[in-house]
Design a protein around this ligand. Structure first.
Ligand SMILES: [Ca+2]
Ligand SMILES: [Ca+2]
Length: 283
């Protein structure tokens, strides 16, 4: 494997850092899309189904679906992570859902942050939003930002915590006091604290910051994702969206992903070309 000199340096210093901070694992923050180091066209992102990089005139976005019916799209970061029982992660992304289909009550269906076991995972569209429906991802965790009321939903604008690609079963959910497909830029922030199994989700309409929603839920993600006596399986972080009878453009503008340092070591082992850029911040 070719390893660039800067890689060697980063790998060595990262190894030293990881050794020094065993009691307090460091993390690295990856920044995709607008304002970040990694373009939506980068080969480290696996784009599946209807997902594609697109410039609507305001800069490149990750367009998970166009505003046509019956779409499903996912985008996963290609680096595998082993989510152990004490693993933390933190992620945030800005999204914009535009041109919802007419009539407006047929807007659909929303998008999700997804943890799955393959970077090529692609669920069905409609209410499954690219993580569930006709091809449920299992095991998986999805945090959905749902813009369409189905019979099993709380409302036509809610956040849900979902597992194993089952869009009908909300482990936790909360209303969002505005339509997420209003064309505004929204920011979702998801933090997970492995030691207490605590998942915290926050959402704000950046064009109208008084509009917020949040929820917290206790869930053992490591066990959900197959971490048991025989060890743990690889997990991948991604985003998904779907359309059904109704539709909209589902765009992600920027995505930040703070992951444990060992994942970054694996990233360097994979020989991916921007380690120096992505290892820009540690905590
Ligand atoms: Ca729905
Ligand atoms: Ca839902």
């Amino acid at each position: 494997m070719n390893v660039l000199p800067s890689f060697k340096h980063s790998l060595l210093s990262t190894t030293a850092l990881a050794t020094a901070l065993l009691a307090s694992p460091a993390s690295a923050t990856l920044l995709f899309g607008q304002g970040g180091d990694i373009a939506w066209t980068s080969p480290v992102l696996e784009l599946n189904g209807s997902a594609h990089a697109y410039d609507p005139g305001s800069g490149m976005v990750l367009r998970l679906t166009d505003n046509v019916g019956s779409q499903a799209g996912t985008a996963f970061f290609d680096n595998p992570y082993v989510l152990g029982h004490n693993s933390d992660f933190s992620t945030s992304f800005t999204f914009q859902i535009t041109s919802p289909g007419n009539p407006l009550t047929n807007r659909s269906d929303g998008l999700a942050f997804v943890i799955a076991t393959s970077p090529t995972s692609l669920g069905g569209g409609g209410g499954g939003m690219g993580y569930g429906s006709t091809n449920p991802l299992s095991p998986s965790l999805a945090i959905e930002f749902d813009t369409h009321w189905n019979g099993f939903d709380l409302s036509d604008s809610h956040i849900g915590v979902m597992k194993n690609g089952n869009e009908t079963l909300h482990l936790a959910q909360t209303n969002v006091p505005a339509s997420m497909d209003n064309g505004d830029v929204w920011k979702a922030t998801i933090n997970y604290f492995g030691q207490g199994d605590l998942l915290v989700v926050k959402l704000v309409d950046l064009n109208n910051p008084a509009v917020t929603a949040s929820l917290s839920y206790t869930i053992d993600i490591a066990s959900l994702m197959g971490c048991g006596a025989a060890g743990c399986v690889n997990s991948y972080f991604g985003l998904s969206a779907g359309t059904g009878g109704g539709y909209a453009n589902h765009d992600v503008l920027a995505w930040s992903l703070a992951v444990p340092e060992p994942g970054s070591l694996l990233l360097s082992a994979l020989g991916l070309g921007m380690l120096g850029g992505v290892m820009r911040r540690r905590r």
